[in-house]
Design a protein around this ligand. Sequence first.
Ligand code: AHR
Length: 500
Amino acid sequence: MATRFEAVLNVDLDGPRISRHLYGHFAEHLGRCIYGGFYVDGAIRLDVVEALRALNIPNLRWPGGCFADEYHWRDGIGPRAQRPTMVNTHWGGVEENNHFGTHEFMELCELLGAEPYISGNVGSGTVREMSEWVEYLTREGDSPMARLRKANGRDEPWRVRFWGLGNEAWGCGGNMTAEHYAQEARRFGTYCRDYGDNQLYKIAAGANGADYAWTETLMKQIGHLGCRRIRSTGYHALSVHHYTLTGPTWEQKGSATAFDTDEYYTTMVAAARIEEILAGHAAVMDAYDPGQTVGLVLDEWGTWFDVEPGTNPGFLYQQNTLRDALVAGVHFDVFHRFADRLVMANIAQTVNVLQAMILTDPDSGALVLTPTYHVFRMNQGHQDATSLRVDVRTAPPSRPVGDANLTTVSMSASRKDGRLLVSLSNLDAGAPADVRIEIRGGTLETVEAQILTSGAVQDHNTPQTPSAVAPHAHDGVSVAGGALRVRLPAHSFVTVSGIL
Ligand code: AHR
């Protein structure tokens, strides 16, 4: 039997703007993300670029992750054959040849039409090293680093806005206390200069999940918010990381594809926790910064399961099912609700690692678009749109999962250029949901809908069945009497767009 849910959408009551950067990405020197994913046989894979361009990806974070705090950028410039090698100690202990470095990354961003988000090395680097990287990338005219860049074939400086001051400083980024890191972030941030009209937006390495104390320490240390001079020497935003974990322990995270219904619901509860986590950090930030001048950046999120059998445990290669797509749908609904404080989010990671958009076959090279890819594509219209508040009229359907109560219908809406876009997920694995949304403050005309679902939540795409989980037109939608009605089959993600 179908569950029912009624909501109200005031299409003329504007919420905050949904930054396109909430649809950001992350590519680390980890497993087959860069080498064997983006970069193959000494060249950027253009079919990967083409697939990602269709998502309109706004930014790409690089080179880590944990790798960022052991990366020395000078090793990755100049003639490739002369670049020194190093050991990637975090990810499989493999040798890194530094063939993909600054120039290659900036070229990739140009091809993608995405803004670079560079994570600098605080953990094992120096202030000088980071300061010179900024100079190398962004300084015009004559200076030691600008000359070096030109000698390496690039005359014009690049534009770089997003700059990370280390990564996970509480762990792989140096095992620091929050107090110590806050001082380090201010010190490193001070020497990351704005050259010409390039203005950095510096992002301090933030909390692990629900560690609100970390956020509070960084907020205390950010300086006097009213004083531009002090802010410009510190950081403009704080990050936070939250992964969706299902298994009982870190060592047993569960299979990406072989899971039962109980595990499915446990995953959904873990995903939905993002709401509580963002609310917790936002509340701490509001206490210190009620004017919301400091941004919150969720620069790592996504599912983390056991690696696929037979693959290198350090490479974090996992399949991606309809369950992952629903995890993404739930996250985006929450992001849209927090769009006033949340300025950026980056899924981990774009190709061949964790909750990827694209998987490439190591032998044949075949490229597979995952169910998560399709959610990014279907939700594209929310980028830079005005978020709209959804008010519930009847309690949304829910079910008990262990000690938690999982709301099984999730939705969010936005308006852009006279078009309404509503995203809805039915997390119930067995029952459809009928949703009635009363439209107030405007008239909704023709609507069209797309659906992403499949026979089972475990379904996924492979080189042999690349479209097992792919979007289709959905006819379970209608508008009558000022209300939009949507039928959501069990375990489905639906987008409805219409003209206002
Ligand atoms: O995304 C994989 C890893 O997860 C990142 O390198 C690190 O920041 C996090 O712990």
